[in-house]
Design a protein around this ligand. Structure first.
Ligand code: FCB
Length: 443
C-alpha cells in the first residue's frame, strides 16, 4: 500500500481566508475591518501592502473554482468576512454581503466541492475595535449574533463550520506582540481577548446547537507542541509547560478543563475576566477540531524563564517564513491531540509552506520541488498517524493561491497556484499537479 493512500471518504481541500484573497474591500457595502486599518499604520505591513485588491477572488471565484475542479479537491475552506455581513459589527445585515457568499457556496456545490466555512479569520469590524475589540466582553455576544446570521443564510447548504481561526494569533499577535491587527501591546488586554475569543466560540457553538442546523461545527487552533531538546527529564517538563500558553489556554477550556493553572501562576499580573457560567459555555461540545501545523519548535529547560523553557537551535532546512521543515512534528502533534482530546475527530485545516517561487521564463509554469517534498513528507506523516489510530478526517492545504500574508504583505508565497500580482493571473505550480495526483491516488 502506498504511504499516501488515504481512505476514500477523506476530505481533500485547500484553504484561504477572506482578507487574504478577496480584495474588493469597498464593494457592495463591506464595512472596514481592523486589517484595513492596520495596513494603513506606517511600518505595520511590509512595503505598506494592503488587502485592497488581494487575489480578487471576490470577482474571480468562478475561475478559482474551475481550477479546484481540475485539482480534484472535494472541499474548499474559506472564511466569511464579518464586515461584509454586518458592516458595523451589529445588525442591520448587509444583504449584498450575504449574496456574495450565497453565490460562492452555490458555485462550489455545483462543482461538487464541499464548503468548509470559517466564521472568523481575523477581520474584526473596525466599529467593534473602536468599542474596545476582543478585550471587551460584549464582542463575544456580537460574534454569536453574527454567526447566527451566517448560519441562517448558508446553513441549508454548508455542512462544515469552524468558529475561529487561531484565537492564539488574534489574542497574542494582535494584543500582546502588536504585530497583527489591531497592533496593541498589553499582556493584560491580550488575556482578556483570549478569554473573550474562547467565549465567542462557545456562544457560537451554542447558537448553532440551539438553531438545530444540520451540519457539524468545530474550531481551528494552531497548537504549539514543542519537542524537548534532549531526553533529560527537565527538558520533557519544559516542553510540556511550553504547550500551556499557546495550546492549553485555548484547548483546555474547550474540553471543559478550565485554564492551565501552571501557566496562570507564571504570570501573576494576568487576570482572566471569567464570569459565572463562562466555562460551561466555552465547553459546549464540538464535533471536531481543526489543526493548523507548519513547524515544530525545540525547547530546553530554563529556570530564568517564567514558564521554565527556552527555544533552541534547529538544524532543518527553513521555508521562506524561516520556519524549519519538520514533517515528523505533525505526526507527534496529531498524536498529542488525539490523546489530549480523547480521540476527537481532527481535520488538518492548514499545512503548507512559503517559498521563493518564480514563474518560468515563458510565464506559464512554476517549478516548486521543495513544496512537493514538503507536502509529500507531511502527508506521509499524517497517514502514519492515522495508521496508528488517530482519527484524521481531512486535509486543507494552505494555500490554494498565493495571497496577502498578513504583516509580510505579498512577499510570502504559500499557494499551489501562483498569483501574478500585476494582473491577477493564476498559474498552477508543479505542486498543484502533485496534489492532484495524491488526491487521485496515483502518488
Ligand atoms: C496561519 C494563518 C493563515 C496563514 C498561515 C501561513 O497562521 O491562519 O491565515 O497566514 O498562517
Amino acid at each position: 500500500m502506498s504511504e499516501l493512500e488515504f481512505p476514500t471518504d477523506f476530505l481533500w481541500g485547500t484553504a484561504t481566508a477572506s482578507y487574504q484573497v478577496e480584495g474588493a474591500v469597498k464593494e457592495d457595502g463591506r464595512g472596514r475591518s481592523i486589517w484595513d486599518d492596520f495596513c494603513r499604520l506606517p511600518g505595520a505591513v511590509r512595503h505598506g501592502h494592503t488587502g485592497d485588491a488581494a487575489c480578487d477572488q471576490y470577482h474571480r471565484y468562478p475561475e478559482d473554482i474551475a481550477l479546484m475542479r481540475e485539482l480534484g479537491v472535494n472541499a474548499y475552506r474559506f472564511s466569511v468576512a464579518w464586515p461584509r455581513i454586518q458592516p458595523e459589527g451589529t445588525d442591520p445585515v448587509n444583504q449584498a454581503g450575504i449574496d456574495y457568499y450565497d453565490r460562492l457556496v452555490d458555485a462550489l456545490k455545483e462543482a461538487d466541492i464541499e464548503p468548509m466555512v470559517t466564521l472568523y479569520h481575523w477581520d474584526l469590524p473596525s466599529a467593534l475595535q473602536e468599542a474596545g475589540g476582543w478585550p471587551e466582553r460584549s464582542v463575544a455576544g456580537r460574534f454569536a449574533d453574527y454567526a447566527r446570521r451566517v448560519f441562517d443564510a448558508l446553513g441549508d447548504r454548508v455542512q462544515l463550520w469552524l468558529t475561529l481561526n487561531e484565537p492564539l494569533c488574534s489574542a497574542f499577535l494582535g494584543y500582546l506582540e502588536g504585530i497583527h491587527a489591531p497592533g496593541v501591546r498589553d499582556r493584560r488586554l491580550a488575556y482578556r481577548a483570549a478569554h473573550h475569543l474562547n467565549l465567542a466560540h462557545g456562544y457560537a457553538v451554542a447558537a448553532f446547537r440551539d438553531g438545530a442546523y444540520s451540519g457539524r461545527i468545530g474550531t481551528v487552533l494552531n497548537p504549539w507542541t514543542p519537542r524537548p531538546a534532549t531526553r533529560r527529564e527537565e527538558d520533557f517538563q519544559a516542553a510540556d509547560s511550553a504547550a500551556d500558553g499557546h495550546t492549553r489556554v485555548f484547548l483546555d477550556p474547550l474540553l471543559g478543563r478550565g485554564y492551565p493553572e501552571r501557566h496562570l501562576a507564571a504570570y501573576p499580573d494576568i487576570e482572566l475576566p471569567i464570569q459565572e457560567g463562562d466555562e460551561e459555555i466555552i465547553a459546549t461540545p464540538i464535533d471536531y477540531l481543526g489543526v493548523n501545523y507548519y513547524t515544530e519548535p525545540v525547547v530546553a529547560y530554563d529556570p530564568e524563564h517564567p514558564e521554565g523553557f527556552r527555544l533552541c537551535e534547529q538544524h532543518q532546512t527553513r521555508t521562506a517564513m524561516d520556519w524549519p521543515i519538520v514533517p515528523a512534528g505533525i505526526n507527534r502533534q496529531l498524536k498529542w491531540l488525539h490523546e489530549h482530546t480523547g480521540g476527537m475527530p481532527l481535520y488538518v485545516t492548514e499545512n503548507g509552506c512559503a517559498l521563493e517561487d518564480q514563474l518560468s521564463e515563458d510565464g506559464d509554469k512554476c517549478h516548486d520541488p521543495t513544496r512537493i517534498e514538503y507536502l509529500r513528507a507531511h502527508l506521509a506523516q499524517i497517514k502514519a498517524a492515522m495508521d496508528d489510530g488517530v482519527n484524521v478526517k481531512g486535509y486543507m492545504l494552505w494555500s490554494f493561491i498565493d495571497n496577502f500574508e498578513w504583516a509580510k504583505g505579498y512577499t510570502k508565497r504559500f499557494g499551489i497556484v501562483y498569483c501574478d500580482y500585476t494582473d491577477r493571473r493564476r498559474v498552477p505550480k508543479n505542486s498543484f499537479y502533485f496534489y492532484r495526483d495524491v488526491i487521485a491516488g496515483f502518488e
